[in-house]
Design a protein. Structure first.
Length: 140
């Protein structure tokens, strides 16, 4: 019961932070989405979110960005990495995926070398810092 309550509180706080971040930054959805690039059945936003985020913030920020946009799952994120030459404005950063390892960790991918690993969802430690965010939506 305590774990469920804590999860609800954490998700609620993450959602509030993402909403506040998006509104405080006055993010224009079109300035992030730009001209999407299609990779297989995925439309990839042209730009990253302007700031690194925790996993919960990233999950919510993509949904709040525009209709049907979301954080890519681990497989989709790797497709973006493999096809990164098709995308402009994609840095050698670590990017979040929506795929969870467990209640406290989620998968990410380093675009400098392609390594996929698990990161703390609240990533604030020196070695596990917040990651970059590239939102996607299904092309179908």
């Amino acid at each position: 019961m305590k774990k469920i309550l804590m999860l609800v509180i954490v998700l609620g706080v993450s959602n509030m932070v993402a909403q506040n971040y998006c509104s405080a930054q006055s993010i224009d959805a079109q300035s992030i989405i730009g001209k999407t690039t299609q990779i297989e059945n995925l439309l990839v936003a042209e730009y990253d979110m302007p700031k690194e985020m925790s996993w919960g913030q990233a999950m919510n920020a993509c949904v709040l960005l525009y209709n049907d946009f979301r954080l890519p799952n681990q497989i989709e994120l790797n497709k973006i990495y493999v096809n990164r030459q098709k995308l402009k404005n994609l840095g050698n950063f670590t990017y979040w995926s929506s795929t969870q390892q467990n209640a406290t960790e989620a998968w990410d991918q380093r675009f400098g070398d392609g390594f996929q690993g698990v990161n703390d969802k609240n990533a604030t430690m020196l070695d596990q810092k917040p990651a970059h965010v590239r939102c996607v939506k299904s092309a179908n």
